[in-house]
Design a protein. Sequence first.
Lengths: 164, 164
Amino acid sequence: MDQAKSLNIHHPFQQSFPTVARTPSTPITEHLAYLLAQANREINRQLDARFKKEGVPVEQWRILKVLSDGKGHSMGDLADAVLLNHPTLTKMVDRMVSDALVYRVQDPDDRRKVVMFISDRGKTLTQRLNSLALSQEAHIAENYGNKATADLKRLLESLIEKAN
Amino acid sequence: MDQAKSLNIHHPFQQSFPTVARTPSTPITEHLAYLLAQANREINRQLDARFKKEGVPVEQWRILKVLSDGKGHSMGDLADAVLLNHPTLTKMVDRMVSDALVYRVQDPDDRRKVVMFISDRGKTLTQRLNSLALSQEAHIAENYGNKATADLKRLLESLIEKAN
DNA sequence: AGGAAAATATTGAATATTCAACGATTCCCG
DNA sequence: CGGGAATCGTTGAATATTCAATATTTTCCT
Protein backbone atom coordinates (compact mmCIF):
# COMPACT_ATOMS: atom_id res chain seq x y z
CA MET A 1 0.00 0.00 0.00
CA ASP A 2 1.06 3.54 -0.56
CA GLN A 3 2.75 4.76 2.57
CA ALA A 4 1.47 8.31 2.20
CA LYS A 5 -2.14 7.13 2.35
CA SER A 6 -1.67 4.99 5.42
CA LEU A 7 0.31 7.56 7.35
CA ASN A 8 -1.66 10.68 6.84
CA ILE A 9 1.34 12.43 5.42
CA HIS A 10 1.22 16.09 4.68
CA HIS A 11 2.19 17.32 1.20
CA PRO A 12 2.65 21.06 1.43
CA PHE A 13 4.56 21.41 -1.83
CA GLN A 14 4.36 19.58 -5.10
CA GLN A 15 7.85 19.88 -6.46
CA SER A 16 10.12 20.77 -3.59
CA PHE A 17 10.64 20.77 0.13
CA PRO A 18 9.99 23.92 2.04
CA THR A 19 13.23 25.79 2.53
CA VAL A 20 13.05 28.85 4.67
CA ALA A 21 15.88 31.12 5.73
CA ARG A 22 16.34 30.77 9.49
CA THR A 23 18.27 32.80 11.94
CA PRO A 24 20.48 30.16 13.57
CA SER A 25 20.30 29.73 17.32
CA THR A 26 22.59 27.86 19.67
CA PRO A 27 22.90 24.29 18.39
CA ILE A 28 21.51 21.76 20.77
CA THR A 29 24.89 20.05 20.98
CA GLU A 30 26.26 23.07 22.82
CA HIS A 31 23.77 22.89 25.66
CA LEU A 32 25.07 21.39 28.87
CA ALA A 33 21.77 19.57 29.39
CA TYR A 34 22.16 17.87 26.03
CA LEU A 35 25.81 16.93 26.53
CA LEU A 36 24.98 15.40 29.90
CA ALA A 37 22.10 13.45 28.43
CA GLN A 38 24.23 12.19 25.59
CA ALA A 39 27.17 11.19 27.75
CA ASN A 40 24.92 9.56 30.30
CA ARG A 41 23.06 7.65 27.61
CA GLU A 42 26.24 6.33 26.05
CA ILE A 43 27.98 5.32 29.27
CA ASN A 44 24.81 3.81 30.64
CA ARG A 45 24.26 1.86 27.47
CA GLN A 46 27.75 0.41 27.63
CA LEU A 47 27.34 -0.56 31.25
CA ASP A 48 23.99 -2.15 30.54
CA ALA A 49 25.59 -4.15 27.76
CA ARG A 50 28.12 -5.55 30.21
CA PHE A 51 25.36 -6.37 32.70
CA LYS A 52 23.34 -8.04 29.98
CA LYS A 53 24.58 -11.54 30.71
CA GLU A 54 23.55 -11.18 34.34
CA GLY A 55 20.15 -9.94 33.24
CA VAL A 56 20.29 -7.00 35.63
CA PRO A 57 19.54 -3.39 34.73
CA VAL A 58 21.88 -0.68 35.95
CA GLU A 59 19.31 0.56 38.46
CA GLN A 60 19.27 -2.79 40.23
CA TRP A 61 23.02 -2.75 40.47
CA ARG A 62 22.78 0.64 42.16
CA ILE A 63 20.29 -0.74 44.65
CA LEU A 64 22.42 -3.78 45.35
CA LYS A 65 25.53 -1.67 45.69
CA VAL A 66 23.95 0.69 48.19
CA LEU A 67 22.56 -2.21 50.21
CA SER A 68 25.82 -4.11 50.12
CA ASP A 69 27.11 -2.10 53.06
CA GLY A 70 25.10 -4.64 55.04
CA LYS A 71 23.16 -1.94 56.82
CA GLY A 72 19.48 -1.50 56.34
CA HIS A 73 18.19 1.37 54.20
CA SER A 74 14.69 2.75 54.16
CA MET A 75 12.87 2.99 50.87
CA GLY A 76 13.09 6.76 50.98
CA ASP A 77 16.83 6.83 51.50
CA LEU A 78 17.26 4.20 48.86
CA ALA A 79 15.16 6.12 46.35
CA ASP A 80 17.37 9.17 46.77
CA ALA A 81 20.54 7.15 46.62
CA VAL A 82 19.68 5.25 43.47
CA LEU A 83 18.04 8.15 41.61
CA LEU A 84 14.59 6.57 41.36
CA ASN A 85 11.13 7.87 42.21
CA HIS A 86 9.41 6.17 45.09
CA PRO A 87 6.81 4.22 43.13
CA THR A 88 9.39 3.13 40.59
CA LEU A 89 11.63 1.91 43.37
CA THR A 90 8.79 0.04 45.05
CA LYS A 91 8.07 -1.89 41.90
CA MET A 92 11.68 -2.56 41.12
CA VAL A 93 12.22 -3.83 44.65
CA ASP A 94 9.18 -6.07 44.19
CA ARG A 95 10.96 -7.71 41.26
CA MET A 96 14.20 -8.01 43.20
CA VAL A 97 12.38 -9.61 46.13
CA SER A 98 10.90 -12.11 43.68
CA ASP A 99 14.43 -12.82 42.49
CA ALA A 100 15.53 -13.20 46.11
CA LEU A 101 18.18 -10.50 45.78
CA VAL A 102 16.88 -8.30 48.59
CA TYR A 103 14.28 -8.45 51.33
CA ARG A 104 12.08 -6.13 53.32
CA VAL A 105 12.00 -5.76 57.08
CA GLN A 106 9.57 -3.56 58.91
CA ASP A 107 11.38 -0.96 60.96
CA PRO A 108 10.51 -1.65 64.61
CA ASP A 109 11.29 1.96 65.58
CA ASP A 110 9.01 3.51 63.00
CA ARG A 111 6.44 1.18 61.66
CA ARG A 112 5.72 3.35 58.64
CA LYS A 113 9.16 2.52 57.38
CA VAL A 114 10.45 -0.48 55.56
CA VAL A 115 14.11 -1.32 55.86
CA MET A 116 15.73 -3.02 52.91
CA PHE A 117 18.49 -5.62 53.16
CA ILE A 118 20.52 -7.50 50.62
CA SER A 119 20.41 -11.30 50.59
CA ASP A 120 23.35 -13.65 50.23
CA ARG A 121 22.35 -14.31 46.68
CA GLY A 122 22.26 -10.55 46.13
CA LYS A 123 25.74 -10.23 47.59
CA THR A 124 27.33 -12.71 45.26
CA LEU A 125 25.59 -11.13 42.28
CA THR A 126 26.79 -7.71 43.40
CA GLN A 127 30.36 -8.91 43.36
CA ARG A 128 30.06 -10.04 39.75
CA LEU A 129 28.39 -6.76 38.79
CA ASN A 130 31.00 -4.71 40.62
CA SER A 131 33.77 -6.32 38.68
CA LEU A 132 31.95 -5.67 35.41
CA ALA A 133 31.49 -2.04 36.42
CA LEU A 134 35.11 -1.68 37.44
CA SER A 135 36.21 -3.12 34.16
CA GLN A 136 34.14 -0.49 32.40
CA GLU A 137 35.72 2.24 34.49
CA ALA A 138 39.14 0.87 33.61
CA HIS A 139 38.22 0.83 29.95
CA ILE A 140 37.09 4.43 30.09
CA ALA A 141 40.17 5.56 31.96
CA GLU A 142 42.29 3.84 29.35
CA ASN A 143 40.65 5.42 26.30
CA TYR A 144 39.86 8.74 27.80
CA GLY A 145 42.82 9.27 30.08
CA ASN A 146 43.19 9.21 33.83
CA LYS A 147 43.42 12.96 34.15
CA ALA A 148 40.39 13.66 32.00
CA THR A 149 38.41 11.08 33.95
CA ALA A 150 39.40 12.54 37.28
CA ASP A 151 38.72 16.09 36.10
CA LEU A 152 35.34 15.11 34.77
CA LYS A 153 34.35 13.38 37.99
CA ARG A 154 35.41 16.35 40.03
CA LEU A 155 33.47 18.77 37.84
CA LEU A 156 30.37 16.58 37.94
CA GLU A 157 30.51 16.32 41.72
CA SER A 158 30.81 20.05 41.97
CA LEU A 159 27.95 20.62 39.55
CA ILE A 160 25.71 18.27 41.49
CA GLU A 161 26.56 20.01 44.72
CA LYS A 162 25.86 23.46 43.30
CA ALA A 163 22.69 22.35 41.60
CA ASN A 164 21.05 21.56 44.93
CA MET B 1 -4.45 -3.55 59.12
CA ASP B 2 -1.01 -4.67 60.13
CA GLN B 3 1.43 -3.66 57.43
CA ALA B 4 3.67 -6.69 57.89
CA LYS B 5 0.84 -9.05 57.08
CA SER B 6 -0.25 -7.22 53.94
CA LEU B 7 3.23 -6.81 52.55
CA ASN B 8 4.73 -10.20 53.03
CA ILE B 9 7.56 -8.79 55.04
CA HIS B 10 10.43 -10.98 56.07
CA HIS B 11 11.40 -11.18 59.74
CA PRO B 12 14.75 -12.87 59.92
CA PHE B 13 15.56 -11.78 63.46
CA GLN B 14 13.43 -11.23 66.48
CA GLN B 15 15.34 -8.63 68.40
CA SER B 16 17.74 -6.95 66.06
CA PHE B 17 18.62 -6.19 62.46
CA PRO B 18 21.20 -8.29 60.74
CA THR B 19 24.56 -6.60 60.98
CA VAL B 20 27.39 -8.22 59.09
CA ALA B 21 30.95 -7.01 58.71
CA ARG B 22 31.52 -6.11 55.04
CA THR B 23 34.65 -5.41 53.10
CA PRO B 24 33.87 -2.00 51.60
CA SER B 25 34.01 -1.61 47.83
CA THR B 26 34.07 1.54 45.72
CA PRO B 27 31.08 3.66 46.74
CA ILE B 28 28.61 4.12 43.96
CA THR B 29 29.06 7.88 44.15
CA GLU B 30 32.58 7.50 42.80
CA HIS B 31 31.53 5.77 39.61
CA LEU B 32 31.50 7.95 36.53
CA ALA B 33 28.32 6.28 35.34
CA TYR B 34 26.57 7.26 38.56
CA LEU B 35 27.84 10.84 38.56
CA LEU B 36 26.68 11.28 34.99
CA ALA B 37 23.26 9.86 35.81
CA GLN B 38 22.92 12.08 38.85
CA ALA B 39 24.02 15.27 37.10
CA ASN B 40 21.86 14.51 34.10
CA ARG B 41 18.86 13.81 36.28
CA GLU B 42 19.23 17.03 38.19
CA ILE B 43 19.84 19.32 35.23
CA ASN B 44 17.11 17.64 33.25
CA ARG B 45 14.69 18.00 36.12
CA GLN B 46 15.40 21.70 36.38
CA LEU B 47 14.94 22.21 32.67
CA ASP B 48 11.71 20.24 32.71
CA ALA B 49 10.47 22.45 35.53
CA ARG B 50 11.07 25.52 33.39
CA PHE B 51 9.31 23.92 30.44
CA LYS B 52 6.40 22.95 32.66
CA LYS B 53 4.27 25.97 31.84
CA GLU B 54 4.60 25.24 28.11
CA GLY B 55 3.63 21.63 28.76
CA VAL B 56 6.51 20.32 26.69
CA PRO B 57 8.95 17.62 27.77
CA VAL B 58 12.64 18.16 27.18
CA GLU B 59 12.68 15.56 24.41
CA GLN B 60 10.17 17.54 22.38
CA TRP B 61 12.27 20.65 22.74
CA ARG B 62 15.21 18.70 21.33
CA ILE B 63 13.14 17.63 18.37
CA LEU B 64 11.87 21.13 17.76
CA LYS B 65 15.35 22.57 18.11
CA VAL B 66 16.85 20.17 15.61
CA LEU B 67 14.04 20.80 13.14
CA SER B 68 14.20 24.53 13.59
CA ASP B 69 17.03 24.75 11.10
CA GLY B 70 14.17 24.68 8.59
CA LYS B 71 15.65 21.71 6.76
CA GLY B 72 13.95 18.38 6.70
CA HIS B 73 15.28 15.56 8.85
CA SER B 74 14.54 11.89 8.44
CA MET B 75 13.23 9.97 11.41
CA GLY B 76 16.48 8.06 11.65
CA ASP B 77 18.64 11.18 11.73
CA LEU B 78 16.29 12.74 14.18
CA ALA B 79 16.33 9.72 16.47
CA ASP B 80 20.13 9.90 16.66
CA ALA B 81 20.12 13.64 17.16
CA VAL B 82 17.58 13.68 19.96
CA LEU B 83 18.79 10.56 21.76
CA LEU B 84 15.58 8.57 21.32
CA ASN B 85 14.94 5.06 20.03
CA HIS B 86 13.07 4.84 16.77
CA PRO B 87 9.75 3.59 18.12
CA THR B 88 9.82 6.10 20.93
CA LEU B 89 10.47 8.88 18.46
CA THR B 90 7.68 7.71 16.17
CA LYS B 91 5.18 7.90 18.99
CA MET B 92 6.43 11.20 20.30
CA VAL B 93 6.23 12.65 16.81
CA ASP B 94 2.66 11.34 16.57
CA ARG B 95 1.80 13.45 19.59
CA MET B 96 3.61 16.47 18.19
CA VAL B 97 1.78 16.10 14.89
CA SER B 98 -1.48 16.07 16.83
CA ASP B 99 -0.37 19.27 18.50
CA ALA B 100 0.49 20.71 15.08
CA LEU B 101 4.09 21.37 16.07
CA VAL B 102 5.67 19.32 13.30
CA TYR B 103 4.59 17.49 10.17
CA ARG B 104 5.67 14.55 8.07
CA VAL B 105 6.55 14.61 4.39
CA GLN B 106 7.40 11.54 2.40
CA ASP B 107 10.87 11.82 0.93
CA PRO B 108 10.44 11.80 -2.87
CA ASP B 109 14.00 10.58 -3.38
CA ASP B 110 13.68 7.60 -1.08
CA ARG B 111 10.15 6.63 -0.36
CA ARG B 112 11.08 4.54 2.66
CA LYS B 113 11.96 7.74 4.40
CA VAL B 114 9.84 10.29 6.13
CA VAL B 115 11.14 13.81 6.34
CA MET B 116 10.13 15.84 9.34
CA PHE B 117 9.50 19.57 9.31
CA ILE B 118 8.62 22.08 11.96
CA SER B 119 5.41 24.08 11.65
CA ASP B 120 4.99 27.78 12.24
CA ARG B 121 3.35 27.02 15.53
CA GLY B 122 6.31 24.82 16.38
CA LYS B 123 8.68 27.64 15.54
CA THR B 124 7.12 30.14 17.85
CA LEU B 125 7.00 27.57 20.64
CA THR B 126 10.65 26.76 20.02
CA GLN B 127 11.59 30.38 20.53
CA ARG B 128 9.92 30.45 23.91
CA LEU B 129 11.57 27.18 24.88
CA ASN B 130 14.96 28.35 23.67
CA SER B 131 14.82 31.35 25.89
CA LEU B 132 13.85 29.21 28.88
CA ALA B 133 16.77 26.91 28.10
CA LEU B 134 19.18 29.79 27.70
CA SER B 135 18.07 31.23 30.99
CA GLN B 136 18.84 27.90 32.62
CA GLU B 137 22.29 27.87 31.03
CA ALA B 138 22.85 31.36 32.31
CA HIS B 139 21.75 30.34 35.76
CA ILE B 140 24.15 27.41 35.76
CA ALA B 141 27.03 29.50 34.49
CA GLU B 142 26.35 31.98 37.24
CA ASN B 143 26.28 29.52 40.13
CA TYR B 144 28.84 27.13 38.82
CA GLY B 145 31.24 29.46 37.08
CA ASN B 146 32.00 30.13 33.45
CA LYS B 147 35.26 28.27 33.49
CA ALA B 148 33.88 25.18 35.18
CA THR B 149 30.98 25.13 32.74
CA ALA B 150 33.24 25.45 29.74
CA ASP B 151 35.61 22.81 31.09
CA LEU B 152 32.78 20.44 31.80
CA LYS B 153 31.32 20.86 28.33
CA ARG B 154 34.68 20.25 26.74
CA LEU B 155 35.27 17.11 28.78
CA LEU B 156 31.82 15.78 28.03
CA GLU B 157 32.27 16.36 24.30
CA SER B 158 35.56 14.57 24.42
CA LEU B 159 34.10 11.67 26.40
CA ILE B 160 31.26 11.29 23.94
CA GLU B 161 33.66 11.31 21.05
CA LYS B 162 35.93 8.70 22.63
CA ALA B 163 33.04 6.52 23.71
CA ASN B 164 32.00 5.88 20.11
C1' DA C 1 16.97 -8.09 -14.89
C1' DG C 2 15.67 -10.25 -10.69
C1' DG C 3 15.64 -11.74 -6.31
C1' DA C 4 17.91 -11.78 -1.72
C1' DA C 5 19.47 -8.63 1.69
C1' DA C 6 19.53 -4.19 3.85
C1' DA C 7 17.43 0.09 5.25
C1' DT C 8 13.57 2.81 6.96
C1' DA C 9 9.72 3.68 9.71
C1' DT C 10 5.81 1.96 12.00
C1' DT C 11 2.85 -1.15 14.82
C1' DG C 12 1.21 -4.02 18.67
C1' DA C 13 2.19 -6.41 22.78
C1' DA C 14 4.77 -6.52 26.79
C1' DT C 15 6.99 -3.94 30.11
C1' DA C 16 8.14 0.06 32.86
C1' DT C 17 7.39 4.57 34.74
C1' DT C 18 4.74 8.25 36.54
C1' DC C 19 0.88 10.68 38.77
C1' DA C 20 -2.57 11.02 42.06
C1' DA C 21 -4.73 8.95 45.75
C1' DC C 22 -4.65 6.05 49.62
C1' DG C 23 -3.68 3.53 54.26
C1' DA C 24 -0.91 3.31 58.05
C1' DT C 25 1.84 5.45 61.38
C1' DT C 26 4.04 9.15 63.72
C1' DC C 27 4.60 13.96 64.90
C1' DC C 28 3.20 18.26 66.63
C1' DC C 29 0.97 21.40 69.33
C1' DG C 30 -2.81 23.41 71.74
C1' DC D 1 -4.11 13.70 75.99
C1' DG D 2 -6.24 14.18 71.28
C1' DG D 3 -6.78 15.25 66.78
C1' DG D 4 -5.15 17.43 62.62
C1' DA D 5 -1.02 17.56 59.79
C1' DA D 6 3.02 15.41 58.07
C1' DT D 7 5.65 11.31 56.72
C1' DC D 8 6.35 6.81 54.62
C1' DG D 9 5.54 3.45 51.44
C1' DT D 10 2.38 1.29 48.32
C1' DT D 11 -1.30 0.83 44.82
C1' DG D 12 -4.03 1.42 40.57
C1' DA D 13 -4.76 3.90 36.48
C1' DA D 14 -2.84 6.45 32.95
C1' DT D 15 1.00 7.15 30.25
C1' DA D 16 5.36 6.13 28.05
C1' DT D 17 9.01 3.16 26.47
C1' DT D 18 10.92 -0.93 24.59
C1' DC D 19 11.22 -5.30 22.02
C1' DA D 20 10.09 -8.08 18.28
C1' DA D 21 7.77 -8.37 14.20
C1' DT D 22 6.05 -6.18 10.07
C1' DA D 23 5.42 -3.47 5.59
C1' DT D 24 7.55 -0.94 2.28
C1' DT D 25 11.21 0.52 -0.53
C1' DT D 26 15.86 0.51 -2.03
C1' DT D 27 20.39 -1.53 -2.76
C1' DC D 28 23.37 -4.98 -4.04
C1' DC D 29 25.08 -8.85 -6.41
C1' DT D 30 25.45 -12.24 -9.87
